[in-house]
Design a protein around this ligand. Structure first.
Ligand SMILES: [Zn+2]
Length: 208
């Protein structure tokens, strides 16, 4: 390896692996990601453009199973009191269970199902959640909004789990639905280009 190294008297500089540009740029990393076999399905989750970035990042971590659930901590040999879900106290706490299998999650998906007027949402995996908007015969705008609402809901579920775990705050499905609606409304109104809608219409999912 060292035989390939040429030492010169110039000052050292950083060189981006892509090699074409002198320095790092977002465009060059985009090019690199697209052309170096990184089209792995792990990268196939579509981010929602109108929801808070923290929700997208949360969803991405959930999608990759990179959140510190009890089972994930145990996998990394981090001691936890028990592996059991703090809500149902029955099943092991995995991200899949928290977002899809647990009764609290089922309650949230039921609430969103009736709010968004879509037939019973059946979810088994985190990947079902990020693809769900594609499976309903709803208009393009509603599809985009539903995708964002699901991401916000997942983020809110994780937040509720942390509140229960670290502050002993009880989780109520009705409160979660209210928070998801409120946060969604604020973001939709201010960030979504076609977001001209009032609270009543938002609550009945009456969007253009
Ligand atoms: Zn549970």
């Amino acid at each position: 390896m060292l035989q390939q190294v040429r030492i010169a008297i110039n000052q050292d500089t950083w060189v981006w692996i892509d090699g074409k540009d002198l320095g790092f740029s977002v465009a060059s990393i985009k090019r690199w990601l697209r052309h170096t076999g990184n089209s792995d399905e792990r990268f196939g989750f579509t981010w929602s453009k109108w929801v808070p970035i923290k929700c997208n990042i949360f969803m991405w971590r959930a999608f990759l199973d990179r959140l510190p659930t009890k089972m994930a901590l145990l996998r990394r040999s981090v001691p936890v009191d028990n592996p059991i879900c703090i809500w149902c106290e029955t099943y092991d706490e995995t991200i899949e269970h928290l977002l899809t299998g647990c009764g609290i999650a089922a309650g949230v998906w039921n609430g969103i199902s009736s709010w968004c007027r879509i037939p019973g949402m059946v979810v088994f995996h985190v990947s079902d959640l990020v693809e769900m908007h594609e499976h309903y015969a709803i208009s393009g705008n509603k599809k985009t909004v539903l995708h964002g609402i699901i991401i916000i809901a997942c983020w809110r579920l994780w937040k509720a789990r942390n509140e229960k775990m670290f502050s002993c705050k009880d989780t109520k499905v009705a409160d979660l639905i209210t928070d998801i609606k409120a946060l969604g409304f604020l973001r939709y109104k201010h960030r979504f280009k076609r977001g001209v809608v009032d609270w009543e219409r938002w609550c009945s999912f009456d969007l253009m």
